[in-house]
Design a protein around this ligand. Structure first.
Ligand code: AMP
Ligand code: MG
Length: 370
């Protein structure tokens, strides 16, 4: 009787406790102790468990990409629709062969230039990749992340980690281990705490398996950077830029509302002064309706708004700095109970397109024109 009781308690504890390992110095190289611990976490993945880990973009929720039941666990932990495919993370270019049918010359060029880094390529999948991992598709998304803990974990786990962002489906992507635990504590086996991510928004996704090479999700690597390497003009899937467009976005994940806090998000587009006036008017209306209001804006404007919660995300022409704090600002809005959240638009150029795209997703594809 006693022993079965003890066994029961241990089982429950095993289920609800997520182990956390903090990287000793996230800025420096991994220590021997880091490597030892990451090695243990790699074994957890090999045995079919789930481990969240830092990358240079956002935190990933990792399982064995070649094990269909691990992918199923990832979908369950996130509450993610099963037709929304996972990205397979590798740590060595030669590992690409096993999971793809043929590797186009363009993929090699892009990998040489941008891997390890925030670029995901869609390629034809080999039969080694379970269709649970690809959301039923015959193509597979692959990337090599630029983060020493991530690369070490992938190696320790056998070379292939399927990892979506480590948030509950629909929520903003986590940029710290604390945010991962907020969503995932008790749902996954372990998390590697590697501090705050460098970039703070997800990888660029480029399709190399379709009729036309195109960007399916904008990110840190811009169309211009891709065009320069490939010697052709690379454009974004038109369905993403115009949410009213009748075509469905080609990346399944881009069809869902995403990155969303509980409050209503309203991105506002226009010249800076018009945007400012438009938001002031919106805040005034919110006040009259008794709504708790929030604003995410440039540093310059932070003191000018009369909202219940104001978070600034750097300067208006620096989308990169804004991306870095964007998801944190959205999560803060949740923590502070904002019911309506106005967001100034950051530049439409280059990397700004990625930020605008995330904003539209978090707002359910609508915005206001100032
Ligand atoms: P996440 O892991 O949350 O950053 O999302 C990965 C996204 O990559 C998915 O939501 C899809 O939109 C996209 N994706 C993954 N695999 C494919 C694929 N084979 N074809 C097209 N898009 C894909
Ligand atoms: Mg995600």
């Amino acid at each position: 009787m006693e022993s079965s009781q003890a066994l029961y308690l241990r089982t429950v504890k095993d289920i609800v406790d997520t182990q956390v390992y903090k990287i000793e110095n996230p800025e420096g190289p991994l220590t021997e102790h880091d490597k030892e611990k990451i090695g243990e976490f790699g074994l957890i993945i090999k045995r079919g468990g789930l481990v969240a880990f830092p990358t240079e973009t956002v935190y990933g929720l990792g399982g064995d990409a070649l094990n269909a039941s691990s992918s199923e666990k990832i979908y369950a932990a996130k509450g993610r629709p099963s037709d929304n495919p996972l990205i397979v993370h590798i740590c060595d270019m030669k590992d690409l062969e096993r999971i793809t049918e043929d590797i186009p010359e363009d993929a090699v060029k892009l990998a040489e230039r941008f891997w390890p880094g925030p670029l995901t390529m869609i390629l034809r999948a080999s039969s080694a990749v379970p269709r649970r991992t690809t959301g039923g598709l015959d193509t597979v998304a692959v990337r090599m992340p630029d983060n020493p803990s991530a690369l070490e974990l992938i190696r320790a786990a056998g070379g292939y980690i399927a990892a979506p962002s480590a948030n509950l489906s629909g929520k903003p992507s986590p940029t710290t281990a604390v945010y991962v635990l907020e969503d995932m504590n008790g749902r996954i086996d372990a998390v590697i705490d590697g501090g705050e991510n460098d970039i703070g928004i997800e990888s660029t996704i480029i399709d190399l398996a379709g009729d036309k090479i195109q960007v399916l999700r904008p990110g840190y690597i811009t169309n211009k950077m891709l065009s320069d390497v490939l010697g052709i003009r690379v454009e974004t899937d038109p369905a993403l830029l115009d949410p009213g467009c009748s075509k469905r976005p080609k990346a399944p994940g881009m069809r869902y509302r995403h990155y969303a806090p509980k409050g209503e998000v309203i991105p506002v587009r226009g010249t800076p002064e018009k945007v400012y006036e438009h938001i002031c008017q919106g805040l005034e209306n919110a006040r009259k309706s008794g709504l708790r209001s929030g604003v995410i804006c440039s540093a310059d404007n932070a003191s000018r708004y009369e909202a219940d919660i104001v978070r600034h995300a750097g300067s208006l022409d620096d989308a990169e700095a804004a991306a870095h704090v964007f998801y944190t600002a959205l999560r803060d809005m949740d923590d502070e109970g904002a019911e309506i959240i106005y967001v100034e638009n950051f530049t439409d150029l280059g990397f700004g397109e990625a930020l605008w795209n995330r904003l539209l997703k978090s707002a359910g594809s609508k915005w206001e024109e100032a």
